[in-house]
Design a protein around this ligand. Structure first.
Ligand code: NOJ
Length: 552
């Protein structure tokens, strides 16, 4: 989020009362719905390679753009890196035991492209030791009856491809990514049946190539994000076709994409300009990717706005690239299921950005984002708990994209690093309310097949380093063994899973209390371990041998 947006969020006054009398979720916004999910509904937790694996230069792994970016001073909070992170590369067996204990049905993780193709190119070198790591992980998951849901690209492009070609600015990535995906289908596809091509392409495009907050850190305002997205959409479609033509009949799996989006609610639902602004918010977010993939082209409103603004800026053509008719039909329908990541909601109102302010993705939208100061905001500064927004987003997907099969691939809430309290009451509340809204959406007819809590473990939260913890399990990053401690939400989520939903009021109301019963002893264990590790450090006269940022 840029400075301008932050100022807008904090300085604009809100008028939220009007939305209270709005639409089909009326009277149910705050009411709880008791009921269970359909049999076979899949419960899981998620992670990604760079955020959890560590072992950044082990067993022949090549460097990714995140390895390079995190090494630059000032890019990551406290200049932390994912070099060792949760040491998931070494501890995956322990982690699968945690999943087993929670009785998860699936685990969502990503494959690090440079771990198996160190230079990015299949034609140059395949790293068999990297392949073996994922083989072992997949096999052990299956031995424990946990279905792997595998993301091919969770942001860690091989650094060589960035240096040589400019990464996703370059169309050649389409073929390189397709080669990498094809290798994964070849080696893992006999066991992996759920593939996600890209995780949250909005973030790759906007934060990687427009604001530069994420790797590769480019600030190509007004053009970079659109170009990156254009190539990503083509790469997604190509990989889907590769699977469809070469592997589907043998492997019988599914290929989807995971899109992350906030819900955008008009500030004043009686004001047409606010309604249209909220529509633009969501079309520039999820529609940017979903509309080409499901309906064959960019949303009309993006074409109109970016085209008009490009004209006003004296450009001969729109900054939004164009798909040819052949490309449109090639891209349309390339999604067997939609992965959906969702965390929060915004109120949206019209705000005109004069072209004199310069080009940018944000200015192109002509809107301002607002939040209700009463929304709970436990962790990350952008993340407010607004459960009803989830149901609306799910219904939006249903109506806009022909009721696709949905797997919720990310949903969860963080806490600040200073918080070492494992009794995470607010996270239990967040899960309870968001999962309940998902249940209501399913009652509305939305086709949700599974839910993935983000995340299994506290991990490297990108430019925020280790300062924001999303995990069900707390990871003590100061201890080089990276021990995991269950937060109360582990117990709570376990109860949701074992009941397959929310059976009845009496039972559900006892869950929080019961979950809290165990966390005070975990708190004591953690506190004792931290005292001891501090003592050891002082005793050995050690300087900073692993991150000590929890104390800042
Ligand atoms: C979405 C990203 O995919 C994930 O990597 C990140 O940790 C969460 N958002 C929380 O910010």
């Amino acid at each position: 989020m840029n400075l301008l947006q932050r100022c807008l969020l904090s300085s604009l006054l809100l008028c939220v009362t009007a939305s209270e009398d709005f639409d089909w979720t009326k009277n149910e916004k705050t009411s709880f719905y008791y009921g269970t999910f359909p049999t076979g509904f899949s419960w899981g937790a998620g992670s990604s390679a760079y955020q959890t694996e560590g072992a950044w230069n082990i067993d022949g792994k090549g460097m990714s753009i995140w390895d390079a970016f995190a090494r630059k001073k000032g890019k990551i909070f406290l200049n932390d890196t994912g070099d060792s992170s949760c040491e998931g590369y070494y501890k995956f067996k322990d982690d699968i035991n945690l999943m087993k204990d929670m009785k998860l049905n699936h685990y969502r993780f990503s494959i690090s492209w440079p771990r198996i193709l160190p230079t990015g190119l299949k034609s140059e070198q395949i790293n068999e030791r990297g392949i073996k790591y994922y083989d072992d992980l997949i096999n052990m998951l299956l031995d424990n009856k946990i279905t792997p849901i595998v993301t091919l690209y969770h942001w860690d492009l091989p650094q060589v491809l960035q240096e040589k070609y400019g990464g996703w600015q370059n169309i050649t990535m389409v073929n390189y990514f397709n080669d990498f995906a094809n290798l994964c289908f070849d080696r893992f596809g006999n066991r992996v049946k759920y593939w996600i091509t890209f995780n949250n392409p909005w973030s790759i495009a906007v934060e990687g190539y427009e604001t530069g907050e994420h790797a590769p850190g480019l600030k190509l305002k007004g053009t970079g994000a659109y170009k990156a997205a254009h190539h990503i959409i083509k790469a997604h479609a190509k990989v889907w076709h590769t699977y469809d033509m070469q592997w589907r009949s043998r492997q019988k799996g599914l290929v989807g994409i995971s899109l992350t989006a906030d819900w955008g609610e008009p500030v004043d639902i009686t004001n047409q300009r606010d309604i249209e602004a909220a529509e633009r918010y969501i079309q520039f977010y999820m529609g940017w990717f979903a509309t080409p993939i499901f309906n064959g082209d960019y949303p009309q409103v993006m074409k109109d706005y970016i085209g008009r603004k490009s004209g006003q800026q004296g450009l001969g053509a729109s900054r939004l690239p164009v798909f040819s008719p052949q490309e449109k039909s090639y891209i349309k329908g390339t999604c067997d299921f939609l992965g959906l990541g969702h965390f929060t909601t915004r109120y949206v109102t019209l705000k005109n950005y004069p072209s004199s302010l310069g080009d940018s993705y944000f200015a192109d939208r002509d809107l301002a984002e607002l939040v209700d100061p009463q929304w709970p905001d436990p962790g990350s500064e952008w993340l407010y708990s607004v459960p009803w927004g989830f149901r609306r987003l799910l219904n939006f997907v249903k109506t806009q994209y022909g009721n696709p099969m949905i797997y919720v691939t990310e949903n969860g809430v963080s806490e600040k690093m200073l918080c070492t309290d494992l009794c995470d009451d607010w996270r239990m509340q967040y899960f309870k309310d968001y999962i309940n809204e998902m249940l209501k959406a399913m009652k509305d007819g939305v086709n949700v097949k599974g839910y993935t809590a983000w995340s299994l473990l506290d991990n490297f939260e990108w430019d925020e380093g280790y300062s924001e913890r999303f995990g069900l399990y707390y990871v003590d990053f100061r201890n080089k063994n990276k021990p995991r401690y269950p937060k109360a939400s582990v117990q709570f989520y376990k109860r949701i899973i074992s009941s397959n939903g929310f059976p009845n009021q009496r039972e559900v109301e006892s869950w929080k209390r019961k979950s809290i019963e165990t966390c005070s002893s975990s708190n004591q264990l953690l506190a004792a371990a931290r005292r001891q590790s501090q003592g050891n450090q002082e005793h050995a006269g050690m300087q900073k041998s692993w991150p000590v940022h929890d104390e800042v």
